[in-house]
Design a protein around this ligand. Structure first.
Ligand SMILES: [Zn+2]
Length: 109
């Protein structure tokens, strides 16, 4: 893997690209990642992908909780659906904040 020294773009291959596809920096700006660095990028990709899947699932949870609330069966059910929706929204915000942190630290493949 080769990393652009200007924007942090990661290129996979035997050699760095002629120009960075993201920022247009020349090939000389790229450095080859160590094996340790490449492993970290790979791990970050897997983790980020899991977060993205969790976000999609949390959206489903929110929609279901809203549907449950609309049925308006009884106060305990309404309370539970409200709590589920609130928790799902909180998790969603936490995941977005974590992903934003990864991007700021360059942990985004
Ligand atoms: Zn770049």
């Amino acid at each position: 893997m080769f990393k652009c020294g200007v924007c942090g773009y990661i290129h996979e291959g035997d050699a760095a690209p002629k120009v960075c596809p993201k920022c247009g920096a020349p090939q000389e700006k790229f450095t080859q990642l160590s094996e340790e660095g490449a492993n970290l990028v790979e791990k970050s990709r897997v983790t980020n992908d899991i977060y993205v899947q969790l976000l999609a699932n949390l959206e489903s949870v929110i929609v279901l909780a809203e549907e449950g609330r609309e049925e308006d069966l009884d106060p305990p059910c309404n309370k539970l659906f409200d709590e589920i929706k609130k928790s799902a929204i909180e998790y969603r915000q936490s995941i977005k904040a974590e992903l934003q942190g990864h991007m700021n630290k360059g942990k985004w493949g």
